[in-house]
Design a protein around this ligand. Structure first.
Ligand code: UDP
Length: 319
């Protein structure tokens, strides 16, 4: 296939490029580098099956030649208010990437008859009142809350995707991505894993926000990419959760990182650092992914963190 990936220089986008190139597809990457990094795709510069356009997907985009599939991954994604690359500090770009960017990609998919895959998110469930979250749960999002620019952009993107499917017959799919980690995460984007692993490798205390009782479940990137590629190759049109089910508190997560890295500096609780609307509990119900895609995650937290450490050490100048 000839596949367009927006957000190709991002954490997930760049792993998708690698995976789809390894499966002998031709990949066209697109990114404007507001949160992605050229470093993430530098190794693809000489790959004859890879081409790259520096573009803002929120503006009109043109890709010459046929396009068999489009994966729309372009968006800021970090909720951390302190981070320059988080969506708090890029609110309009975030809404445009989810709304106008999705519209532009769907326009190409309609013209070309492409398979379309939208990168959606567990954030569409907001601060969920049901647990674990099934795809049928409509979510609990405040449209003007602190996380709304991301949550509502992705919710709109899902609605638009289903409208193109139902009204224009476009072959669409939607993946709802839960917390994911691995090499090529932005060390400065303020999310839990980059913050805590960086602190651990530098021998510093880990900053746990609030009392650390809020839960997440963390999926290693290779597992997530497997699920996404299976969804791409399927003929499913309704949203599918992809994520790990091993739910833990952020305090347990921080303790695990200290143990795995041998960090002796302990934990600092930062009571006021938690953003309002930070979901209290999050865990995917992956029954649909198991049944439809025959997918489930395989990499344990310990193994995933060990595989992530070399990238962090290299970025920190410790390798
Ligand atoms: N968190 C933390 N310390 C940090 C960064 C994040 O305790 O240095 C917490 C944050 O408050 C949230 C959880 O870890 O409850 C996951 O945050 P992240 O930014 O990774 O993304 P989210 O899952 O909220 O989208």
């Amino acid at each position: 296939m000839r596949i367009l990936i927006t957000g190709a220089a991002g954490f997930l986008g760049s792993h998708l490029c690698d995976r789809l190139l390894s499966e002998r597809h031709e990949v066209i990457g697109m990114d404007n580098f507001i949160t992605g990094s050229p470093d993430n795709i530098a190794h693809l510069a000489d790959n004859e099956n890879f081409s790259f356009y520096k573009r803002d997907v929120s503006n009109y985009i043109f890709v010459p030649g046929k396009v068999d599939a489009i994966l729309h991954f372009a968006s800021p994604a970090s909720p951390n208010p302190q981070s320059k690359s988080g969506y708090f500090n890029l609110p309009i770009q975030t809404m445009k990437a989810g709304a106008l960017g999705t519209h532009n990609c769907l326009g190409i998919a309609r013209r070309e008859g492409s398979r379309f895959l939208l990168a959606s998110t567990s954030e569409i469930y907001g601060d969920p009142e049901v647990h674990p979250q099934t795809e049928s749960y409509p979510g609990n999002v405040d449209p003007i809350g602190e996380r709304a620019v991301y949550d509502e952009a992705k919710r709109f993107a899902e609605s638009l995707t289903m409208a193109y499917h139902r009204f224009h017959g476009v072959n669409t799919s939607i993946v709802r991505i839960f917390n994911t980690y691995g090499p090529r995460m932005d060390l400065e984007d303020g999310r839990a894993l980059p913050n805590l692993l960086k602190q651990a490798l530098l021998g510093q205390p880990l900053t746990v926000y609030g009392d650390g009782g809020q839960t997440r479940s963390f999926c290693y990137v290779d597992d997530l990419i497997d699920g996404i590629v299976k969804l791409l190759y399927s003929d499913e049109h309704y949203p599918v959760n992809i994520g790990n089910q091993d739910e833990m508190t952020i305090l347990q997560f921080a303790e695990a990182i200290n143990k795995i890295t041998g960090n002796q500096a302990g934990i600092t609780f930062m009571e006021d650092a938690r953003s309002t609307r930070d979901p209290q509990r999050r865990q995917p119900d992956i029954t649909r992914a198991r049944e439809i895609l025959k997918w489930e995650p395989k990499v344990s937290l310990e193994e995933g963190i060990k595989r992530t450490v070399p990238f962090f050490k290299q970025k920190l100048g410790l390798a």
